[in-house]
Design a protein around this ligand. Structure first.
Ligand SMILES: C[S@@+](CC[C@H](N)C(=O)[O-])C[C@H]1O[C@@H](n2cnc3c(N)ncnc32)[C@H](O)[C@@H]1O
Length: 273
């Protein structure tokens, strides 16, 4: 390891205050590895010089690059499968009945990473004929500019589409792009991609019927998780649904959430007052 202890501490404080992400001791290797690659990409001579520039505090692009480099973007199509099955077989039919007068649904995917999760949701929504003439407001967001760019491009390698995507959906929703696969425009048009930091002040958004907040709370400490869940609770419609990652337990962090079981998975609702 060549990263200085004081530089590691500086980076830990930086990523905690910028993104809420807690880097435990022992993550020196991760920081050194990712920031050395970033320094090379930006043609900065060394990791130390990169941190000196960052400490000077006037390089906004560099700040965003460091945030991008230190977020973990692991994801896949139809990740964990069950949430999408519950959505398709239970939640969407219920909401379609309840909202038949307004024919509108609001959906937010709050940590969209490289796009596999929001595009999975778009595929599920696209396969519900009843929604054809509905207005579906679908926002997908992430803190990382780089990830949002990947979402907007919607181009995936064979390996990426091979992870989780049912084979029959490949020809249906993708077209060949050289040796990769590009999401069809029809699905891209369904989603409004936005930059959004869950740990800073939230911009105004419409109340949501469904929120996906999966595999992201795990990077934060309990006070940050609680604050995010409080805001999620205010944003969710009284009969809306929240999906979190398999390791998260909103009930434990916020007593106003209650777990709702489906045959294959669980999600969360707000307890009515
Ligand atoms: C492991 S990925 C999970 C992606 C997807 N939700 C899934 O379950 O497959 C975590 C994502 O959270 C994003 N993230 C981390 N901190 C964030 C923050 N403070 N605000 C918004 N997004 C954040 C990262 O950029 C990354 O793309």
């Amino acid at each position: 390891l060549s990263i200085q202890a004081s530089d590691f501490k500086y980076i830990c404080d930086f990523i905690k205050s910028e993104a809420g992400i807690v880097l435990a001791p022992g993550k020196e290797y991760l920081v050194e590895n990712r920031l050395t690659i970033l320094a090379k990409t930006l043609k900065i001579e060394s990791l130390e010089s990169l941190i000196v520039k960052l400490r000077q505090g006037n390089a906004n692009d560099l700040r965003q690059n460091v945030v991008d480099a230190l977020t973990t973007n692991e994801t896949s199509f139809f990740r964990d499968k069950h949430p999408f099955e519950s959505l398709k077989s239970s939640i969407l039919p219920e909401l379609i009945k309840k909202r038949s007068a307004i024919k509108q649904l609001n959906i937010w995917c709050a940590a969209s990473s490289s796009g596999q999760e929001p595009y999975t949701l778009a595929m599920v929504l696209n396969q519900v004929p009843a929604l054809n003439d509905w207005k579906v407001n679908f926002i997908a967001s992430d803190i990382s500019e780089e990830m949002l760019e990947r979402c907007r491009q919607g181009i995936y390698t064979q390996l990426e589409v091979g992870r989780g995507l049912p084979p029959n959906l490949l020809p249906k929703y993708f077209s060949r792009h050289q040796n990769r696969w590009q999401i069809k425009q029809e699905l891209k048009n369904m989603i409004d991609f936005r930059i959004f930091n869950l740990c800073k002040q939230w911009p105004f958004m419409v109340n949501m019927d469904v929120i996906f907040l999966r595999h992201v709370l795990v990077y934060f400490n309990d006070p940050t998780k609680k604050e995010i869940l409080r805001k999620v609770r205010q944003l969710l419609k009284p009969d809306g649904y929240l999906f979190v990652g398999s390791g998260d337990n909103p009930e434990q962090l916020d007593s106003k959430f209650t777990r709702t079981e489906f045959s294959t998975s669980a999600c969360y609702k707000v307890i009515s007052p």
